[in-house]
Write a protein that binds this ligand. Structure first.
Ligand code: SF4
Length: 243
């Protein structure tokens, strides 16, 4: 079977993996290697789930409640709901987003450029207020910073759902947890940036699938190696940044 058929959609997180390290993307999405979700990932998932539950909004993705909650999730959620910026007016959580190649083509043309992709882009927006047209992506991290991939994610949701405001609500799991509210401007230039980044990365992936070039793909070591299924025997990580 051609590798082109192995992938039937893209997501912002798969594109983000590709942009960070192409070889990691191949190991995860083509070879099916993955690392079990660590405590930090489980904390993040449960944090999102509990906030949606506490706000009482409609869930777009049926999720089974965990048998036990990770330590500190309930306190972190309580703290979030006390923040003036918390999106307590959200009407929906885990909103499914799907843009077909034809729709993507039209959206890009509306921004003044031509772009073609072969498979849909999908995702789930954490919190959406349908009346005010706001999307919020909830993040938990041990560091206080913003990342271009987070902006890419909320911009994609804003473009796909025709929203007018996009925000990232970050909770840092530091000694004393802190909450931050980052606004991602939605205007023609930022939308165009997101569309070009996504289109370009998706077309690079399609080209790699066509070439079947798994071993020759670029290995780019960095912070993300910690979550890579190849990190124990990766030459780039071990030789270049010293394991
Ligand atoms: S260990 Fe790092 S450099 Fe090596 S494949 Fe994984 S992410 Fe890329």
């Amino acid at each position: 079977m051609s590798l082109l058929f192995k992938i039937d959609h893209y997501s912002v997180s798969s594109v983000t993996t590709w942009r960070k390290c192409q070889r990691q993307w191949w190991a995860k999405y083509i070879e099916g290697k993955d690392q079990p979700a660590g405590e930090a990932a489980s904390f993040g998932t449960q944090y999102d789930m509990m906030i949606a539950q506490r706000i009482g909004c409609k869930l777009g993705k049926p999720e089974k409640l965990p048998e036990s909650w990770v330590d500190g999730v309930a306190e972190a959620v309580e703290g979030y709901l006390c923040q003036p910026h918390a999106l307590k007016t959200a009407t929906q959580a885990q909103v499914p987003v799907r843009v077909t190649p034809d729709e993507w083509n039209v959206l890009c043309e509306m921004q003044g450029f031509y772009a073609e992709i072969k498979k849909p882009i999908i995702g789930f927006a954490d919190l959406v207020d349908e009346l005010k047209r706001i999307v919020v992506d909830l993040k938990t991290s041990s560091r206080k910073d913003t990342r271009d991939e987070w902006a890419l994610q909320v911009l994609f949701y804003s473009i796909a759902l025709a929203l007018v405001e996009a925000r990232i609500h970050l909770f840092t799991r530091t000694k004393v947890g802190a909450y931050y509210d980052f606004m991602v401007p939605i205007h023609p230039a930022s939308k165009k940036w997101a569309m070009i980044v996504l289109t370009r990365a998706i077309n690079e992936i399609e080209q790699a699938l066509e070439n079947g070039a798994g071993d020759e793909l670029v290995r780019l070591p960095g912070y993300h190696c910690a979550w890579c299924p190849e990190n124990l025997d990766c030459c780039a990580r071990n030789l270049i940044i010293g394991g």
